[in-house]
Design a protein around this ligand. Structure first.
Ligand code: ARG
Length: 562
């Protein structure tokens, strides 16, 4: 709001040389304290106004006046604006208290939906770190999209089809037993799969058996179908424990198998548009003009592929949900696949394909090396989460052993620590996995933010004052102003995190707000019985609202006591 007013004033003074959007884009946050709250660099005006930027800054600065601005001054080539602290902080706090958790919401997504494909693990295999990243990032993006007014359709595109299930069925029939699978499905199925590969090295005929069982499965053989469905159900049940802990829900778990009967139509559409070419007996879509290798649509043996399923899935989702955007939260390794997929849909003439994006993310590392599922270095995710909860419980025991609901809070903190650790850096950077680091109560951790929130709540609990949003007088001291200014930024942070598909923008923001609040807490006697007490409490209340809303957008809980 203040930014818009400032931009309008500058635009007016720049005699129409710059558009409103350009001015808004150019306004910066000053680098140093003492330089005010907003800075406009005049370089962009120098050419058109035929003057040195310093001179322009001087001329314009003296002409800008507004009740919300304390002063506007030239500082070299910059025009710095100092906001009227009392008026503006009062306004911000009032807005936060009045809107509550909907502060920072937008309506630009109203009436539109976004299909978000995330998590999407492969059944009968352990839930990997990569899938955890996809789950946590995708879940947060869904919250952020909703915050911007969109309807989010959460889709778990399970990897539940492919030749590996033939092998698994063959292995199960040779060595498996029902009880073991029921007891620990993923562990047992993985063991069977690994054994199959080991044995097949000695006895290649096993591979043939695997192929045969997959063929049977594709042809609808009863036993094959029954086993496959059972493996799928057991896997999903196991995954749902992780989803339960993380608080993640889906609108659809239609995985790859769901598209078995929908690919024919996708292939027909390709054919009708003359997009299919045969290459060594296989059917491909040529993408050479875009500099990409062809997308394989059908193998020479008639088998369909991952890409064809995704093609069918995109068509189905557009029909079903009429999405205006489709997001795929999937690792870097699949960049080419998604480029090809989107391009093929565009070649098919679907304009909506322009609004599909792949949202990749970095690896999870341990000791600087990529964690992989294959070599047995896999950390079972459920164990990671329960270990995090255990550690959180220990911390709470040390700090606040009288806390009620210790267990529940430990869960919020332990799980929150894992989520925050994942989301605090730009999603494309790799994440070094360290349980001890992520659970620290100080530093850039989830528990630190949660703890700050709980601390603010406890200040409010200590006072008997009913905070009346309108009664806040506004505060002008530096410590309060630093906090109020950050509260003012929240709406632009939610918008930015949406446009950049970056939950980290919110994570970084809640960290900064926590740091500023903790400074405030140590410098100011919040509960002192004076004329400004209610204003200070109103500010604290506003902080609790924004912190807990920020955490919610990340997929975390904000306990009010820790
Ligand atoms: N199951 C795949 C994997 O684990 C990810 C699927 C991503 N989604 C999609 N629509 N292709 O690699």
């Amino acid at each position: 709001m203040e930014k818009t007013i400032y931009a309008e004033a500058i635009k007016e003074q720049s005699r129409g040389f710059l558009t409103m959007d350009t001015v808004i884009g150019l306004i910066e946050k000053p680098k140093f304290k003492g330089q005010g709250d907003m800075a406009f660099p005049c370089f962009a005006l120098a050419k058109t106004m035929h003057k040195a930027p310093q001179k322009i800054a001087e001329e314009i600065a003296v002409k800008i006046e507004h009740p919300l601005f304390e002063k506007v001054v030239a500082d070299g080539p910059y025009i710095n604006c100092f906001l009227q602290k009392e008026t503006v902080s009062k306004k911000i706090v009032e807005a936060v208290l009045a809107k509550g958790s909907s502060y920072g919401s937008h309506s630009f997504g109203k009436g539109k939906s976004i299909a978000i494909d995330f998590s999407s693990p492969n059944i009968a295999k352990p839930f990997s770190m990569g899938h955890l990243r996809s789950t946590v990032i995708g879940n947060s993006l869904a919250h952020i999209a909703e915050k911007c007014g969109y309807t989010a359709v959460r889709i778990n595109h399970l990897g539940d089809w492919g030749t590996q299930f033939g092998k698994l069925i063959a292995a199960y029939r040779l060595w498996g037993n029902e009880e073991d699978v029921r007891k620990a499905p993923i562990k047992e199925l993985l063991a069977l799969y690994v054994k199959f590969h080991k044995e097949a090295e000695k006895d290649p005929s096993l591979n043939e058996a695997g192929r045969l069982w997959f063929k049977k499965l594709e042809e609808g053989n009863e036993e094959a179908k029954r086993l496959w469905k059972w493996f799928r159900d057991e896997s999903l049940q196991e995954f749902s424990k992780i989803y339960g802990l993380l608080g993640v829900e889906f609108d659809s778990t239609a995985g790859e198998a769901f598209y078995n009967d929908k690919m024919e139509r996708a292939l027909e559409l390709l054919d009708e548009r003359n997009l299919l070419a045969s290459s060594q007996g296989a059917e491909v879509v040529d993408l050479e003009e875009s500099g990409l290798p062809p997308m394989l649509a059908k193998k020479s043996d008639g088998a369909t592929l991952y890409a064809t399923r995704d093609l069918a899935a995109a068509l189905y989702r557009q029909e079903q949900y009429g999405f205006s955007k489709a997001w795929y939260v999937v690792g870097f390794e699949q960049t080419l696949h998604f480029k090809q997929l989107f391009l093929v849909l565009q070649k098919m003439g679907f304009d909506w394909a322009q609004e599909m994006i792949h949202i990749p993310f970095g690896f999870v590392l341990k000791g600087g090396k990529k964690m992989s599922t294959r070599k047995g270095e896999v950390v079972l995710l459920e164990e990671v989460l329960s270990e995090a909860i255990r550690l959180a419980e220990r911390n709470i025991e040390e700090k606040n052993s009288f806390l009620a609901d210790k267990q529940q809070v430990a869960r919020m903190v332990g799980v929150g620590a894992v989520i925050f650790h994942d989301l605090k850096n730009d999603r494309q950077t790799n994440v070094e996995f360290s349980l001890e680091d992520m659970l620290k109560f100080e530093g850039t951790t989830g528990p630190y933010v949660q703890y700050t929130h709980a601390r603010a709540c406890s200040v409010l609990r200590k006072s008997s004052i009913e905070i009346d949003a309108g009664a806040s007088k506004g505060l002008a001291d530096e410590a309060s102003w630093a906090v109020a200014k950050l509260l003012m930024e929240f709406p632009s942070i939610t918008e930015k995190s949406f446009h950049q598909n970056e939950p980290s923008a919110i994570a970084k923001y809640v960290l900064e707000l926590s740091q500023e609040f903790n400074k405030y807490y140590s410098q100011v006697k919040i509960l002192a019985d004076d004329a400004e007490q209610e204003s200070r409490l109103a500010l604290v209340k506003a902080v609790t609202i924004v912190l807990s809303e920020g955490l919610r957008l990340l997929g975390m809980k904000a306990p009010s006591e820790m």
